[in-house]
Design a protein around this ligand. Structure first.
Ligand SMILES: NC(=O)c1ccc[n+]([C@@H]2O[C@H](COP(=O)([O-])OP(=O)(O)OC[C@H]3O[C@@H](n4cnc5c(N)ncnc54)[C@H](O)[C@@H]3O)[C@@H](O)[C@H]2O)c1
Ligand SMILES: NC(=O)c1ccc[n+]([C@@H]2O[C@H](COP(=O)([O-])OP(=O)(O)OC[C@H]3O[C@@H](n4cnc5c(N)ncnc54)[C@H](O)[C@@H]3O)[C@@H](O)[C@H]2O)c1
Lengths: 205, 205
């Protein structure tokens, strides 16, 4: 069973490889990849061999082939249909987030429970009402949903999404969403990111 | 040199310990902590011994003592003064993010270059102009800054922040910020989080 940090490293290797390819670099060593991502080359080799990828002695890895392979593992060679629940600050920021589109994640639906927001357009997408969540999720064939509502509404929204057939949820609300086996919930918490900075300032700054 | 993923795990242990303490649990084993965070108990013991923390054979770790110790390591026993540059969707969402305050990160300043936004109040905080960034950063004794502006403005804003004495930056713009030794920049990228979901759907869903 792959750990969360291994998958995260794969996403980082993918981006490092994109940069190398943009500079017309054909091969990369595990040392180089490790340095670009602030980890050990042993970790790089361990991660990649786990997925059956082995570099050539003395040559390293072919950047384009490796990027393609990691892309396959991460599911980036297909387009994913995404819905956002909650058209507030976070929801609006995500409708237009270029990185999502670039990696193949297309927001097809945004919903809110506030009738004052329903009907507004955000980047060409009309805010729909959560009154029709199940129908809209099915009609838009949504595969991944993002929860961007206040904490008190988050679990209920998650339940409705799962009932409508969504199997993967990215949750921004600061609560732990309960979900059965077979449903993947990822909790996004910017406080964890900022703690890496307070760690740095405390131990080195 | 501690890896990014180790620090991230410390933040997760901290939250797991908070939950255990809230349930009046006095001790926890590395197995239990590992299970709560989806990793191996060997990893837990390795992380904690790195910081000189050793559980008692058969008993495990004292939850309150361990949480306090991890809090010290992460720098959570002090209040941090935070500034946000960019009063758009992301900036506004972060002014009010309860998790920041809960962990001791207080937003004292929010700035924007759009004079139409300067003077508006967000959660009681007045949007200031980036024309006065250096003075405001010093006056407010800002320690950590968050960049929530479009990509094209991000590096310039980072340079101004560093020149004003900020040593730690959390960057939301989808570019890699260049910074000298001694300055820590953390790049926040929600696309990496959503890729963990496409990985799941591709390999198990
Ligand atoms: N993970 C992070 O790093 C992070 C950062 C900032 C905010 N947040 C969290 O993200 C969430 C959204 O933050 P925000 O600043 O965008 O809040 P916001 O108040 O601007 O937006 C919330 C939106 O959700 C809608 N809503 C409420 N209940 C709903 C329901 N049952 N169904 C559908 N829509 C509903 C509201 O009408 C509103 O439009 C909050 O839980 C906040 O704590 C997380
Ligand atoms: N990391 C992530 O997961 C993630 C998610 C969504 C958006 N983003 C990024 O975050 C950034 C902000 O997104 P948003 O949706 O809040 O955008 P936004 O357009 O709503 O807000 C940007 C704000 O920055 C201000 N600004 C522009 N140039 C400035 C400068 N030089 N100094 C000060 N302020 C300036 C604008 O006036 C505006 O108020 C963008 O770069 C976006 O790509 C990141």
């Amino acid at each position: 069973k792959i750990s969360e940090s291994t998958i995260r490293r794969l996403s980082k290797y993918y981006r490092s490889l994109e940069q190398l390819i943009a500079r017309n670099t054909d091969t990369v060593s595990s040392d180089q990849l490790a340095e670009m991502d602030g980890i050990t080359s042993a970790q790089v080799r361990k991660d990649l061999s786990f997925f059956g990828t082995f570099g050539k002695r003395g040559l390293g890895y072919n950047t384009r082939a490796l990027k393609e392979q990691i892309g396959e593992i991460l599911g980036l060679s297909k387009e994913w249909r995404v819905a956002i629940v909650g058209a507030g600050n976070i929801g609006k920021a995500l409708v237009n987030y270029g990185e999502f589109r670039k990696q193949g994640f297309q927001v097809h639906l945004i919903m809110d429970s506030d009738h004052g927001k329903v009907g507004q357009t955000i980047q060409g997408l009309t805010v729909e009402s959560t009154d029709h969540l199940p129908q809209l999720i099915k009609k838009q064939r949504i595969e991944i949903a993002i929860i961007a509502v206040p904490s008190e509404a988050a679990q209920r929204v998650a339940d409705e999404l799962m009932e409508a057939g969504v199997k993967a949820i990215l949750n921004f609300a600061p609560i732990s969403i309960k979900a059965p086996e077979g449903i993947q919930v990822k909790n996004e918490n910017t406080a964890i990111e900022i703690e890496a900075l307070s760690y740095f300032l405390t131990n080195q700054g």
